[in-house]
Design a protein around this ligand. Structure first.
Ligand code: HPA
Length: 273
């Protein structure tokens, strides 16, 4: 059996008796947005560190566990803390949690993240509905023997972010008076922030926001046929646009400041899924 698939199925076997229900939505929480789980009706939790072979996040502010609960009536598994490529894990480990949630039964993957704003109309604290992405600066998680059990060798990528889910998020934002920008998210590997000329280049390529996650997870989820949506919290202006040097603390603080409204947008959207 394919090694990556074996590791995935071993992880699944080791936790399957602890999964309380079949979740419909997998929700991935970005930097500083990790307290969202506090606003769901929590049923149970599985610590990443208790799953054999599971990568454990090393980033401060990224506590690692799956939280099972209900948002309104919708059964959700929430990833509190994600795995980033810059931590040194192979890319197949970075997307292992996404694949594991598919085995748990999710139909929809809801990705969130913190980003740097490139679009000149953006300011810190804005929310951006992700309409498309640029993956060319991060390793492709499907490299290696194809896992036929999960999906096809050459997946189409022409409509990764589900149009109906985008409409639901737009209307949830509108009905709750929450301003929502839209745009293209570009993933770098990190962990260094970008140079000003890289940001200029990314703007030319069509990116509206930049960050260190999400796209690889979307590629793995798309491979498996999941419906995908994403919202980015613009936590700072990207390098060269920002008048000050960037820090992780600034990004986390902006995430914390935006969290209550962000949580509301996520909650109101999931209710309508
Ligand atoms: N660049 C990359 N990743 C980020 C940024 C940024 O400016 N802000 C938050 N995550």
């Amino acid at each position: 059996m394919n090694e990556v698939y074996k590791k995935l199925t071993d992880c699944f076997e080791s936790i399957k008796d602890k999964i309380p229900f079949e979740p419909k939505v997998g929700l991935v929480l970005g930097s500083g947005l990790g307290n969202y789980a506090d606003s769901m009706k929590v049923v149970s939790e599985i610590e990443y560190s208790s799953i054999k072979g599971f990568p454990v996040s090393t980033v401060p502010g990224h506590a690692g566990k799956f939280i099972f609960g209900y948002v309104d009536e919708v059964p959700v598994v929430c990833m509190k803390g994600r795995i980033h490529f810059y931590e040194g894990y192979p890319i197949s480990d970075v997307v292992l949690p996404t694949r594991l949630m598919k085995l748990m039964g999710i139909k929809i993957l809801f990705l969130t993240n913190a980003s740097g704003g490139i679009n000149p109309d953006f300011k810190a604290g804005d929310f951006m509905l992700i309409t498309d992405h640029i993956s060319s600066f991060a390793p492709n998680p499907l490299i290696g023997p194809n896992i036929d059990e999960l999906g096809t060798r050459f997946p189409d990528m022409s409509s990764v972010y589900d149009k109906d889910l985008q409409d639901i998020i737009r209307s949830a934002a509108k009905d709750n008076g929450i301003a929502l920008k839209e745009g293209v998210y570009l993933q770098t590997t990190g962990p260094s922030f970008e140079s000003p000329i890289e940001i200029k280049a990314f703007a030319t390529l069509g990116a509206d926001a930049v960050g260190m996650s999400t796209v690889v997870e979307a590629i793995a989820a798309n491979h498996m046929g999941l419906k995908i949506c994403g919202i980015s919290c613009v936590c700072n202006l990207a390098a060269g646009i920002s008048p000050t040097p960037l820090t992780h603390e600034e990004v986390q603080q902006a995430g914390r400041d935006a969290a209550p409204l962000f949580e509301k947008l996520v909650r109101e959207s999931i209710k309508r899924f």
